[in-house]
Structure formats: structure tokens, C-alpha cells
Design a protein around this ligand. Structure first.
Ligand code: AHM
Ligand code: MG
Length: 337
């Protein structure tokens, strides 16, 4: 494939890109293709959401006690079924399932990758036609080939990620994924049913002026976070403040904007109950990987990158601050006090 050709599909690009890894067997490209296929099916359902009986709740809750929306369940089933039948996925972990699922057929047992995902991010935005997304990451298993996947395959630090990304179902549908070779974005051309390369080698702008946080919760985030929010809102023309506040309430959409326009996304710890909200393995890690590969930074609030947190639980939650490096530096100064 000529990498300078005008029309390059996701499948062509992943094959071309993963060939650049030494010892590449093409298996990563297949897993990415399967995720792309699942997301095209999810996109089809998302687009028809108002027409069919797919809006609203199914009346069950997931492991975290959150009401499951019909689209959550549909998206989860699609991803699981496609990856189960993939030739190159040993198992999955999902926001919607209590435990990971190890695929036990011979082909899966001989696969080297496991996949973690949030099938439908931003569930509360489904009924109001605002952007929603799918988040995924791929880790190389640590258990031996030929056996079923185990918990340790999933409980790996984000810095070990092989590839991670997201799909945003917005005014157009885009898949963005990162490997250590960089971040690239593909827009779904519905006329040919293909994700086509539209955003090459994505990088955050030098800095940004947009901060995203659920400001209604600021009393729960503590004094230091509130002082940083005051800094964002302060009038200081020389330093380009006040910043603009934007909050969609779908992590994928808020971080996609951060990737393109720069800025900062925050979901701090709720100090009233000592609980962070967003999940490490299939929300914070993949999004941190994308942003860090695009030149940004992420932190849990101390000196640690999100990607350095050692997971102990599949559904573990962490505070997250993610975006331009200079803004992460600033927020860290405030948090240190
Ligand atoms: P979900 O995966 O169940 O949809 O929840 C995660 C979402 C994120 O997309 C978003 O950043 C956050 O929850 C919004 O939370 P809040 O409504 O508390 O601001
Ligand atoms: Mg989510």
C-alpha cells in the first residue's frame, strides 16, 4: 500500500502500520479490524436509535449498580460476539460484565491479545441525542499461549498497552486509535461502510484554553480543585484566561475535543465518600494512552501518570486529569498546595 494514497481504509492502514513492528504476525491488525467491525454495527444501531425500540433502559443493572441502557447491552453483546469469534482474541473484560470472559476454544487459547472495553460510554446522553462512544484497549497477555486467559492478563499497567482508542458516534462517526507509532483518526464513510483515514498523526496543539469538568460537583472535589477552577475562571488577558468551560458528559467526546483543540479534562476524587468515578482499565487507561501518544499527559493527581497505576481490580476507579502537558503541570501545582 502506498501510505500517501488519498483513500486509505482502517483495515489497510492497520495492516500497513503493524507490519512496521518487529516480529509482527498481523494478529494485532485483525483484533483492530474486529473492533472496527463491531463499532460499525453499533453505529448502525445508534443512528436508528430514535426509530426503533432501542432507546431507554432494559430494567437491569450492571456490576456497578448502574442502570443498563438497551444500547449498552446491544453494544456489549456485539463486541463480545465478534471478539469471541475472532481468530486473535484470548478474552475480554467489559464495563458491563462482573468478571472477565476467557474464550476457551483452541484458537482463542492460542491468541496473544486480550481486549478491554467500555461498549457505550456516555450512556446518560443516549436519550438526548448527544455524542456517545466506545472505548477500547488491547494488552498482550502474560499467561502462556495455549491456556485460557487469566486475571493477570487484564490487570496490567496502562503503560503496557499495545493499542488503545475510541469511537465517537457524533456528528460524524470517527475511530481514533494509538500505538507506540502514533495516533491516527478514521472517519466512517457510510456510503462505502469503511472507516477512512482522515486525521493523520494526531497531536495535541501546544496548549489549550478549554477545561472540562462537572462543575456542579465542585463542592465534592475539595478546596484545592476549587482553587484550580478559580484559576481557570480568573480574568488574566496576558495568560489567556479565563478559559472556556465545556462539558459534554461523555468522556470520549470531551477527550476527543481535548485531542483536537487542546485543553484539560478532569474527573477528580469525590472527597465526601472518597470515591473516584471513572474506571481505570477501560476508560482512563485507554484515553490516557491516546492522549500521551499524542503528546499530552495524564495524572491521577499526584506525580504518577494514570498509565503507571498498578490495577488490582477489573472495575477499579481512579481520579483523572488529562490534557495538555502545561495544564497538567499547573493542576499538579494546585493539588500539591
Ligand atoms: P458511563 O460509561 O456509564 O456512560 O459513565 C461514564 C461517563 C463518562 O463518559 C463521563 O465523563 C462521566 O461519566 C460523566 O459523569 P457525570 O455525569 O458525573 O459528570
Ligand atoms: Mg464510560
Amino acid at each position: 500500500m502506498n501510505p500517501n494514497r488519498k483513500l486509505i481504509t482502517l483495515d489497510e492502514f492497520t495492516v500497513f502500520q503493524t507490519r512496521q513492528f518487529s516480529n509482527s504476525t498481523g494478529e494485532l491488525a485483525i483484533v483492530l479490524r474486529d473492533i472496527g467491525l463491531a463499532c460499525k454495527l453499533i453505529n448502525k444501531k445508534v443512528n436508528k436509535a430514535g426509530l426503533t425500540d432501542i432507546l431507554g433502559a432494559v430494567g437491569t443493572s450492571n456490576v456497578q449498580g448502574e442502570e443498563q441502557q438497551k444500547l449498552d447491552v446491544y453494544a456489549n453483546d456485539i463486541l463480545i460476539n465478534i471478539l469471541r469469534n475472532s481468530s486473535d482474541c484470548a478474552g475480554i473484560a467489559s464495563e458491563e460484565n462482573d468478571d472477565f470472559i476467557a474464550f476457551d476454544d483452541e484458537m482463542s487459547k492460542n491468541s496473544k491479545y486480550v481486549v478491554m472495553f467500555d461498549p457505550l460510554d456516555g450512556s446518560s446522553n443516549i436519550d438526548v441525542n448527544a455524542s456517545i462512544g466506545t472505548i477500547f484497549c488491547i494488552q498482550r497477555r502474560v499467561s502462556p499461549l495455549g491456556t485460557v486467559a487469566i486475571a493477570e492478563d487484564f490487570l496490567q499497567k496502562g503503560k503496557n498497552i499495545v493499542a488503545a482508542g475510541y469511537v465517537i458516534y457524533g456528528s460524524s462517526t470517527m475511530l481514533v486509535y494509538a500505538t507506540k507509532l502514533g495516533v491516527n483518526g478514521f472517519t466512517l464513510d457510510t456510503s462505502i461502510g469503511e472507516f477512512c483515514l482522515s486525521h493523520r498523526e494526531m497531536k495535541l496543539p501546544e496548549t489549550g484554553k478549554i477545561y472540562a469538568i462537572n462543575q456542579g460537583n465542585s463542592m465534592k472535589f475539595g478546596e484545592k480543585v476549587r482553587q484550580f477552577l478559580d484559576y481557570c475562571m480568573e480574568d488574566n488577558k496576558e495568560e489567556g484566561r479565563p478559559f472556556t468551560h465545556r462539558y459534554i458528559g461523555t468522556m470520549v467526546a470531551d477527550i476527543h475535543r481535548t485531542l483536537i483543540k487542546g485543553g484539560l479534562f478532569m474527573y477528580p476524587l469525590d472527597i465526601t465518600n472518597n470515591k473516584p468515578k471513572l474506571r481505570l482499565l477501560y476508560e482512563c487507561n485507554p484515553m490516557s494512552y491516546v492522549i500521551e501518544m499524542a503528546g499530552g499527559k495524564s495524572t491521577t493527581g499526584d506525580d504518577e501518570s494514570v498509565l503507571d497505576v498498578q490495577p488490582t481490580d477489573l472495575h477499579q476507579r481512579v481520579p483523572i486529569f488529562i490534557g495538555n502537558e502545561n495544564l497538567i503541570q499547573k493542576v499538579k501545582e494546585y493539588l500539591k498546595g
